[in-house]
Write a protein that binds this ligand. Sequence first.
Ligand code: AMP
Ligand code: GLY
Length: 422
Amino acid sequence: MNVLLVGGGGREHAIAWKLRQSKKMARLYIAPGNPGTAKIGTNVDISDTDLDGIVQFARNQQIDFAVIGPEDPLSAGLVDRLAAAGIRAFGPSKEAAQLEADKSFAKHIMRANSIPTAESRVFSDYEDAKAYIASRDEPVVIKASGLAKGKGVFVCEDPADGILAAEKIMVNRIFGSAGGKIIVEDKLLGQEVSILAFVDGRNIYVMESAQDHKPIGEGDTGPNTGGMGAYSPAPIVTDALMDQIIREILVPTVDGMNRNDTPYKGVLYAGLMITQGGPRVLEYNARFGDPETQPILMRMKGDLLEVMEAVCDGRLSEVEIQWDQRPAVCVVMASGGYPDAYEKGKKISGLDEAARMKDVMVFQAGTAYKDGHLVTAGGRALNVTAIGDTIAQAKARAYEAVDQIHFDGAYYRRDIADKALR
Ligand code: AMP
Ligand code: GLY
């Protein structure tokens, strides 16, 4: 099969690596890809949001199957556009992708289906929001309703901070039109986990659990990022808790999407807080998580392409996936300054040495070639991922690999996976 993978981050490098192992794979194209995916398939210089360009390319190159990585093309309707051109594509429709792209829609689905989540209200008027936030005396969480690259959420300890966040989002429009509406919700306490599942419209196949590290600083301090590291599995997710998550969250979500006439196909990612009262949904994503996908796919055995085809064809009940029982840990190496302004174009050395280590994969994200040298080209540059017999060993191996890699201003958290070790 000829496959087109859309996206260009560390997640897509990991997906490309896994897809390449499929016996069914013929040509693999990645649009736009990155220097990591260029070693696995053919990068195509088309932006992941250029829907016309992608559909035209897929037609011209006789693409049999497309896999959409990021949320932007999904919420813009790329899967629908490809389907209209007769090309099977892995991912939710535009309408179903609203589960991620419109948090007020997600809240509506949760409320209508009694799915546990934080109490919340939606506002499209700043003055109304301000008055409501001022009337509260507990911590509040303020969220831009639209897509904001994982940075649209402010956890505020007091109402004054909450009002400031609402002003930034709704008045100053720091996330553009994504801030036309906000969600004001109660702050939940607990550990976060990421549960990713393949969904074929009806059937659900849950992948191994994972945990992300959103804040930039060690000990989960500082502003949120796209994710600074991840590990899989998350020991907090026992079999009993996983059963509860499936029963109380995943099944009602998939059923609710059907009742809403927006059936869901693709990867459903539930970002959960495990509170004293049980699991609560913080958000849904309509795609593989980044960086959770890197450790999850390193543990997945078998043919990812076959699983994705089964999702598209509604045959997920026939699929059986084996998992490497050993844990995996992924450390994100970022450009100094991220998630604020940072410099690009820093020469990267030591990557090949790190990638040669046993049970280590260095997935590339924000990198580029300049004058024949691999350089940084984004905030999150590299995702160094390792498998080990224990979480401690996977962690040690990942950091051993990180220590081989150098670029000016490289920043990474030293405490990835510590929560799992406690
Ligand atoms: P989201 O994009 O909605 O997952 O939010 C990003 C991050 O903000 C989450 O991963 C949590 O760390 C935090 N967060 C979101 N909602 C809440 C909440 N209700 N209570 C506490 N933290 C939250
Ligand atoms: N790791 C969080 C996300 O993919 O949104």
